[in-house]
Design a protein around this ligand. Structure first.
Ligand code: CU
Length: 214
């Protein structure tokens, strides 16, 4: 019965193969990075976009986050006020208000010009270039929305405590990049190096200066 013997051997050889292809850097599990962003006076900075760029390794393939590529207009405001999307995303802009809106952006990363549209209508714009996009409304001058288009799967924004946790990172050297519309730096961003150890949690506190946002 040679065919029975060979089929019985298959799972064993497949298991050996699977064991051999596990990279050593993954053996201790992925790393976790918690970043806390605050001002010099201790005030937490919420809605700071934190992006991690591992020097080596990391996930490949399409980037997906645990939230929708969607920014609604609700109560004459962009909701959420800051949205992170992977480059190439088609972002939906549903209008939940009774009034009409007309969304625009003059940002380098995206020029947006959406004509007036009304309640329960939606419009879509595709964001191809990584970078930050400031959105406004031609009708409501006070409306401000921010989209950060990213090319890393390791990105999230800080909560009301100025904190964000990014998991499933590969161990090793990485660059942490922060972006916030009010960040007072030459580039509008802040960058620093971090070393992540496989299977370990690293916490980093970063103090930033903000300028008033109009
Ligand atoms: Cu508006």
């Amino acid at each position: 019965m040679p065919h029975i013997r060979s089929s019985a051997l298959l799972p064993f050889s497949a298991l050996i193969g699977a064991l051999l292809v596990i990279p050593t850097s993954q053996a201790a599990g992925p790393a976790t990075l918690t970043v806390t962003v605050k001002q010099a006076n201790g005030m937490p900075v919420r809605d700071t976009v934190v992006m991690v760029y591992p020097k080596a390794g990391g996930a490949s393939g399409p980037i997906r986050f645990g939230w929708k590529n969607e920014m609604a207009q609700s109560n004459i405001a962009f909701t959420p006020g800051t949205l992170i999307v992977p480059a190439g995303s088609a972002v939906r802009f549903p209008n939940l208000d009774k009034v009409r809106h007309s969304i625009y952006s003059f940002s380098k990363a995206a020029k947006v010009d959406i004509q007036l549209y009304g309640r329960d209508e939606t419009r879509t714009h595709t964001f191809s270039v990584p970078g930050s996009v400031s959105l406004g409304c031609k009708i409501h001058d006070q409306m401000r929305g921010y989209i950060r288009v990213v090319d890393t799967p390791y990105a999230a924004k800080t909560d009301q405590n100025g904190q964000v946790k990014i998991a499933q990172l590969p161990g090793g050297a990485a660059t942490v990049r922060l972006w916030h519309p009010a960040l007072r730096t030459r580039t509008g961003e802040h960058e620093e190096a971090v070393t992540l150890a496989a299977g370990q949690a690293v916490a980093r506190s970063i103090t930033v200066a903000l300028r008033p946002v109009k």
